[in-house]
Design a protein around this ligand. Structure first.
Ligand SMILES: *[C@@H]1O[C@H](CO)[C@@H](O)[C@H](O)[C@H]1NC(C)=O
Ligand SMILES: [Zn+2]
Ligand SMILES: [Zn+2]
Length: 446
């Protein structure tokens, strides 16, 4: 952020008349503050307001870097709350500021984008856009962060530091986090927290772990070209379908024979597009997929070998191949690695909001998150927030399912956790407890 923007922000904040708030969280120490935030967030007025925001966004899903209406809605709400912000950051992104605009700076993140898929849930607020759906809960993430903003803004006079609200575009493969970072969204920030709703954890409970939580990921697309012709006269063709099939099989050996079995990795070919007729051998086949690993080195190694295997295996069948890792639109995501020093901090804060026994450790997942870009730059912590109703027998539909549904009871928990993590970070910082919070910066360069 340039000096000019700082001046503008300070002016905006300076001119505002500070009102007294209804609940204090700094006077009587930390314990119980989290519960207070949860009570505030569960108040009918605020909870209903978050539900309304979430439904509005759900009805009008927008894909990565196209979140124009979502961004507009966020800015309109921040305006109503009197919260200063920067826009655009990363095309549609918004970065809001609550507090003194002085250190310490702590950031809270929500992603805004939807997925290119058709919603199959029949309900009043079903997606109104054919082929687009909020199937990953990012609509809920925005509502929770706005809910937290509302609570925090009411308490702004007690915040001896700055809470940075990061509303980012394009989490689903587009690397919106990277763009936000490149455009300075985390300038001065000492720690960042991110929440993802989880359809396999009970509502009011959270899960995460210290260290690697989610895999790093990349994508690839390859065109395997031969020479098409009549399906009954193969000797006059160079068949790319058979060549591509061999490629798919050979790629499996990267994991089964080359990777360390104790270093979890995935290579999946998810796309296979060949000809359209029963009796025509096509000129070319396009395949595509993703690869995952928990270390930057393994990820780079996979990337190199995927290219080599595709090109050389295609050559065995007399075909040529080109491989594209699409890194312009889909940058390689680093692994999501939680800062080990923020882990006990998170546990204390979440315990205080949710009560004991609600904060769980979990196994790492092969999914990935572009939150990892933030964690490469500053200490960060990412965690999952449960949505399964207590009465429910099984889990909810998984994220990225056409039947995915958010249990809106999750919203107050997310808002309270956001508010609590940020204020506690600032308070502990003031109390001089923070040296250990930011000391053990954990990096895994790609
Ligand atoms: C592969 O590339 C070489 C060199 O450009 C070319 O001569 C050959 O015809 C190509 N083969 C196929 C099957 O496209
Ligand atoms: Zn997703
Ligand atoms: Zn997501």
């Amino acid at each position: 952020m340039g000096i000019l923007s700082w001046v503008t922000l300070s002016l905006i904040l300076g001119m505002r008349c500070f009102t007294s708030s209804d609940a204090s969280f700094s006077s009587d120490g930390l314990p119980g503050t989290g519960k207070k935030f949860l009570d505030l967030a569960k108040r009918k007025e605020l909870a209903d307001w978050m539900v309304g925001i979430r439904r509005k966004i759900h009805e009008n899903p927008e894909l990565g870097y196209e979140e124009f209406e979502t961004s507009k809605l966020i800015r309109a709400e921040l305006d109503k709350m009197g919260i200063a912000y920067k826009h655009p950051v990363g095309v549609t992104g918004v970065v809001g500021f609550i507090g003194t605009i002085k250190p310490p700076f702590v950031a809270l993140r929500a992603d805004m984008d939807a997925l290119p898929m058709q919603e199959m849930v029949e309900w009043e607020y079903k997606s109104k856009v054919a082929g687009k759906m909020h199937a990953c809960g990012h609509d809920a993430h925005v509502a929770m962060l706005l809910g937290a903003a509302k609570i925090l803004q009411q308490h702004r006079s007690e915040i001896q530091g700055t809470i940075v609200l990061v509303f980012q575009p394009a989490e689903e493969g587009g690397g919106g986090a990277k763009k936000m970072l490149d455009e300075g969204a985390l300038e001065n920030v000492e720690a960042i927290f991110g929440i993802h709703v989880a359809p396999h954890i009970t509502v009011g409970e959270v899960a995460s772990r210290s260290g690697p939580l989610l895999a790093g990921s990349g994508f690839f697309e390859a065109v395997i070209s031969g020479r098409g012709g009549h399906a009954a006269i193969p000797q006059h063709t160079i068949d790319p379908v058979v060549a591509a099939s061999s490629v798919v099989i050979s790629l499996q050996h990267l994991i089964s024979r080359e990777a360390d079995p104790l270093d979890s990795q995935v290579v999946t070919v998810a796309k296979f597009q060949a000809g359209g007729a029963f009796n025509v051998i096509p000129d070319s086949v396009t395949i595509g997929g993703t690869f995952r690993a928990f270390s930057g080195n393994s990820l780079i190694q996979l990337k190199e070998r995927i290219k080599e295997v595709i090109v050389r295996q295609a050559a065995v069948q007399r075909c040529n191949a080109t491989v594209d890792f699409l890194t312009d639109e889909k940058p390689l995501f680093p692994p999501t690695v939680n800062n080990p020093d923020l882990h006990p901090f998170f546990q204390r804060a979440a315990d205080d909001v949710l009560g004991t026994g609600k904060v769980h450790d979990m196994q790492p997942l092969m999914g990935s998150e572009d939150f990892s870009f933030y964690q490469d730059a500053v200490p960060g912590y990412f965690f999952f927030l449960g949505m399964v109703p207590e009465s429910s027998q099984g889990n909810l539909e998984t994220v990225h399912s056409q039947y995915f549904q958010v249990n809106e009871d999750v919203l107050p928990y997310g808002a309270a956790l956001h508010a609590s993590l940020a204020t506690r970070f600032i308070l502990e910082h003031q109390k001089g407890k923070s040296d250990s919070l930011t000391g053990g910066r954990h990096r895994d360069e790609l």
